[in-house]
Design a binder for this molecule. Sequence first.
Ligand code: NAD
Ligand code: MG
Length: 353
Amino acid sequence: MSTDETPDDEEFTTTVYDDDDADLGVLAEKTVAVLGYGSQGHAHALNLHESGIDVMVGLRKSSSSRGAAEAEGLRVMTPKNAASEAQVVSVLVPDTVQPAVYAEIEDELEPGDTLQFAHGFNVHYGQIEPKEEVNVTMVAPKSPGHLVRRNYENDEGTPGLLAVYRDATGDAHDLGLAYAKAIGCTRAGVVETSFREETETDLFGEQAVLCGGVTSLVKQGYETLVDDGYSPEMAYFECLNELKLIVDLLYEDGLGGMWDSVSDTAEYGGLTRGDVVVDEHARENMEAVLEAVQDGTFAREWINENQANRPSYTQLRHAEKTHEIEEVGENLRALFAWSEDTEEETAETPADD
Ligand code: NAD
Ligand code: MG
């Protein structure tokens, strides 16, 4: 375990756990039920199984994933029966479905059992109120499921987060760490957090920077060039395709690694113009986005949207799919050799039902 204390007014402390901090023994006498066999579910179930943990998969009778799980030699039963037999129940169905699945299994949870999540949304925003005397933990790999699985198979790890929302038995933290070890996360490093911090930073990151911010930046850059008469193909290359090269550099070596690799012209232009585009207004907008995450406005909106059968979501998805940059990109990618690699890179996770 390494503790990195950054000198800060608020005494910011990060704890990172590795393999030596975790003991699989605390799971030795237990059975783990993995509910759902999608992106995370299949990876957790298979990694737990190969780490020697007694695991079974909980899926609806009608689930199309049943065959895939059984073909891997995993025991499959209904979520209710799996939860009844297990002492650790890992909830890996989609976040929007979790409250309904929890209602199905609640009666099967006994004092001392552990309810395990990979994202804090439902517990943090009160959509699931886990019954008393049950441990509530979170082990959240910071990676899509197919990488959690692939890394494990290659004897590598996937960084992850660990949080304990309720410690009913006194060893919830050890159980969480053991689970993290069994799916390969402690090989890379597991960071201690809370349900609140994980949920709020996750939502903010995907909205403001990763998914929302980046796609808006790409579209606005593309439109600026095309509206001024430049060719859509050039605009696509400059504003979307090359993003991967930059992101790879950022990922490998941080901002400095990227600045070192680009030309001095690109570096000077970027350093002087970046803040002109993403300026103090963008910062104020980010703060508003964060506030809506913190005060529950976003969560309520998303829950209502789902209850209403996703009217806005469906419209927005359609608008995004039909943006000109998508057609231009599809045609260009088909012409170039790298498109074959891209196919290989996509997740080989079992079909969603
Ligand atoms: P997913 O959509 O890939 O898979 C969900 C699986 O749940 C399906 O394959 C199916 O087996 C089952 N399922 C679907 N609908 C169901 C229903 N109505 N009733 C019962 N079972 C149903 O989900 P995911 O992306 O693996 O997400 C699972 C959890 O992991 C979520 O809490 C998510 O936030 C978290 N998480 C996901 C990622 C990621 O990259 N995908 C990363 C970290 C954490
Ligand atoms: Mg995320």
